[in-house]
Design a binder for this molecule. Sequence first.
Ligand SMILES: Cc1cc2nc3c(=O)[nH]c(=O)nc-3n(C[C@H](O)[C@H](O)[C@H](O)COP(=O)(O)OP(=O)(O)OC[C@H]3O[C@@H](n4cnc5c(N)ncnc54)[C@H](O)[C@@H]3O)c2cc1C
Length: 394
Amino acid sequence: MTEGDYRHVYVVIEVQDGKLVPVSFEMLGEARRLFDKFNKQNDSSEKVVAVLLGQNVKEISESLIKAGADAVIIADNPDLKEIRNTTYTKIISQIAKDKEIARRIEPKYADQFKRPRYMFFAADSIGRHLSSTVLAELEAGLASDINKLEISDLEINHQQKTNGMPVIYKKTLEMYRPDFSGFLWTTILCLDNTNPAIERDYHPQSCSIIPGVFEPIDPDQKRNGVIIEYVPKIDQNDLRVKVLSRKIIKSQIDFDSHKAVVSFGRGIKESPEQNIKLIERLAKDLGAQIGVSLPISKKPFSVSQSVASTYMIPDRVIGTSGRKISPLVYIAAGISGAMQHIAGMKESAFVVAINPDDAAPIKDESDIFIKGRMEDVIPLLIEEFKVQSQTATA
Ligand SMILES: Cc1cc2nc3c(=O)[nH]c(=O)nc-3n(C[C@H](O)[C@H](O)[C@H](O)COP(=O)(O)OP(=O)(O)OC[C@H]3O[C@@H](n4cnc5c(N)ncnc54)[C@H](O)[C@@H]3O)c2cc1C
């Protein structure tokens, strides 16, 4: 591998109804932070490159520069108005391999350029699908649902990868994801095979990034960058899938007009039906909406049909797979606080958690952590609210 083979980080931007989706700015912010450090440490000048597909997207490309990109590659075409996986996969893969684009970004290494060093996608329904098909097309590695990234030199000694020899993998993207409800971090590496029997490269090292995890940078109006217009090669075959109409279905569950949300998770397990009734009662007294953790929407416990169909539903899920909310008060009962859940409620102004396990990650997100079982704690809260409201009305 030469210095010029793999360069830069390409960040695949998402647009919805002509507007940039917030996770796009979050990915750019993290790419900027990583690359400022990376370039300083390696005395290099690799770039943060935004890849933007759609129709009439030119005017929003400048904001990507202000948000941290050194370059924006635009594919602006009426056929890209709606996201179609096959067409988007083809064009993003073309862009990732294009030496002429690489020349506009950094002429010095353009002749050697093979692929980006790293690629970021959003871990939402569009980005998860797209990242898998693009990386299959590029025959490289992908880690999904990442919430921490580092770049380091690692010494690896692996029977298959390195033929049992110690090898220093320079500039390796360490991609962290929370597993087992956030109790275990898994680090995923996409490493080239240096073993002569199966030698091959796996670049770009790529991941999808959980929305809401990274902070965007403050827009810098003075930042300059290159805008590169790419004319995509689309043929009729790519357009076989037609989008005839598109409708965003509004959720039946209204979180926005409630000042408080009470959510419950698998901690209801000892007596699911009775615990849900308790939560229902608490929520009613507070005028709160009810949310759930993702596993609850899969109906893991047997409860009456009416309770299951009212509460154990995807529409109530808080987190990356569901809703992102910001109530004044968020009460998490029997929820461990996995990263994917936290991403949906961390904007809440005041958080109360009820959990017997004070090692649960939700504790770190809480303003008040009540160590205890919900069966014991919620009746006390209901009683106390009753007393307080009687005092207030007296
Ligand atoms: C791609 C992907 C996307 C995901 N998206 C989401 C998402 O959007 N939202 C989401 O919530 N999860 C999501 N998850 C799942 C997430 O990783 C966790 O598995 C999940 O949030 C855990 O749910 P939980 O807190 O209800 O259950 P658990 O992790 O099992 O936690 C239950 C908690 O209840 C406590 N408890 C036990 N008994 C009691 C009691 N009597 N009273 C009170 N507390 C008690 C326990 O101490 C424990 O902390 C996603 C996972 C993946 C892989």
